[in-house]
Design a binder for this molecule. Structure first.
Ligand SMILES: [Cu+2]
Length: 182
């Protein structure tokens, strides 16, 4: 330790004894491969899903496009349909939140890139299955819809999903579209 004149003085007792043996090796950290947004992809359609919520008659509801999309007639997993898409046809979807709670919004079975927030292009590389929509912002995703079938979309905060921010979407197989050809 040092005294008031910056002279080294013997400590009255050992504070810490540390020893390093062997050779110090530094390594570059390993990052996963980055998938950059594909600027050549033009979405075939543009959709907006309005995320909102509030208290009505003392009951908290979280909504997409103004509706709590759990229908509930067939049980707790009975959801309304939010959209129909075609396999391999990319679609831009703007998730627009007008209330303060943030929504980590999850799309089952599909991958997408986050291409804009509040309408401004952003660089958030990588394929995602969840986009964090901050309160009172919009986030635009470019979804590739590569996996056909019926898939769930929902806020990943369980309370929000179970109180309405949960729906189904349908991705039709690409073959169905090609039947038009002779
Ligand atoms: Cu949420």
């Amino acid at each position: 330790m040092l005294d008031e004149n910056n002279e080294v003085v013997e400590a009255p007792f050992d504070l810490v004894v540390a020893a390093v043996e062997g050779e110090v090796v530094t390594e570059e950290p390993v990052y996963p491969e980055v998938v950059h947004p594909d600027a050549t992809v033009t979405p075939a359609e543009e959709h907006t899903w309005e995320l909102s919520g509030g208290v009505t008659l003392g009951i908290v509801r979280f909504t997409i496009d103004g509706k709590a999309l759990i229908v509930g007639e067939g049980g707790p997993m009975d959801h309304a349909m939010i959209g129909e898409f075609t396999q391999g046809v990319p679609v831009a979807i703007t998730l627009s939140s007008d209330v303060s709670p943030a929504h980590p919004f999850h799309v089952h079975g599909q991958f997408f890139q986050i291409i804009a927030r509040d309408g401004r292009p952003v660089f958030e590389p990588g394929l995602r299955d969840t986009v964090h929509v901050r309160g009172t912002e919009t986030a635009t995703i470019l979804a590739y819809f590569e996996n056909p079938g019926m898939w769930m979309v929902h806020c990943h905060i369980a309370e929000h999903g179970e109180r309405g921010m949960m729906a189904d979407l349908m991705v039709h197989e690409a073959e169905a579209a090609s039947h038009d050809h002779p």
